[in-house]
Design a protein around this ligand. Sequence first.
Ligand SMILES: Nc1ncnc2c1ncn2[C@@H]1O[C@H](COP(=O)(O)OP(=O)(O)OP(=O)(O)O)[C@@H](O)[C@H]1O
Ligand SMILES: [Mg+2]
Length: 264
Amino acid sequence: MASEQPTLAPPDPMTLWEGGEDPVAGQGDALLRVRDLDAAYGKVQILHDVSITVHRAEVVSIIGPNGAGKSTVLKSVIGLLKPRAGEIDLAGMPIGGLRPDQIVRHGLGYVPQGRIVFREMTVVENLEMGAYSVKDKSRLRPLMDDVFAIFPRLAERRRQMAGTMSGGEQQMLAMGRALMGEPRLILMDEPSLGLAPRFVEQVFERIGELKRAGMTMLIVEQNAVKALSISDRGYVLELGRNRFTGSGAALLADPRVRRLYLGG
Ligand SMILES: Nc1ncnc2c1ncn2[C@@H]1O[C@H](COP(=O)(O)OP(=O)(O)OP(=O)(O)O)[C@@H](O)[C@H]1O
Ligand SMILES: [Mg+2]
């Protein structure tokens, strides 16, 4: 007898879906739903009918070549770029076209590409900035303790100016700052880009810890092997369109994906 429970994954977890169809759209407990998104810079249209779904407690990766539009998807979701067309819902609430500060208040965290921190501020001050949307200021201390538990290095460096820290430490700080807003979902743009190998490992370990703690994440990554290895599902974008989607394992195993994006 067929189960009445909606399934989160496509029936066969090793199935790869091609083209614009999003096989999990409408299934399960979708926290973020991006449907047929078009986005443009001026007259130049970059995204064409992009669809992406992230369920609660899922880690989903977006991979694809340089210029595919990966960052543009995240910028559209967080409200830095107004969508031309399409729908963006967070927990069933339409957020497409809202301002970034409004969207942050709806529970979205954003770690932009290039580990942007306030260089002339200390670690603690940077983390406090991340909590600007938290109304109950008595939450600050426990939130910061949670961040320090995940990133002990930040606790050691709490009085240090962010600009004087290593690239890896700044990336941890950028991630910690996003956590301070008590997000329901965190968007991360290239968290490992340009980091020394041991920091790359650490960043992915921390993402794994956040996942085990139940955090929902949408990650854009150049390091597709690492990203897909820790992801429940992934989307491959090419020239601003959905190209493939499937489980992290299915994408890692597919010869076309391997040849095009995984260097083998
Ligand atoms: N502010 C902007 N103004 C005009 N064009 C832009 C702007 N930002 C990005 N683009 C263009 O949009 C396209 C998609 O860029 P996007 O940054 O989304 O790609 P990406 O997949 O994140 O690439 P990368 O892997 O290099 O980070 C590119 O052709 C880029 O040149
Ligand atoms: Mg990018």
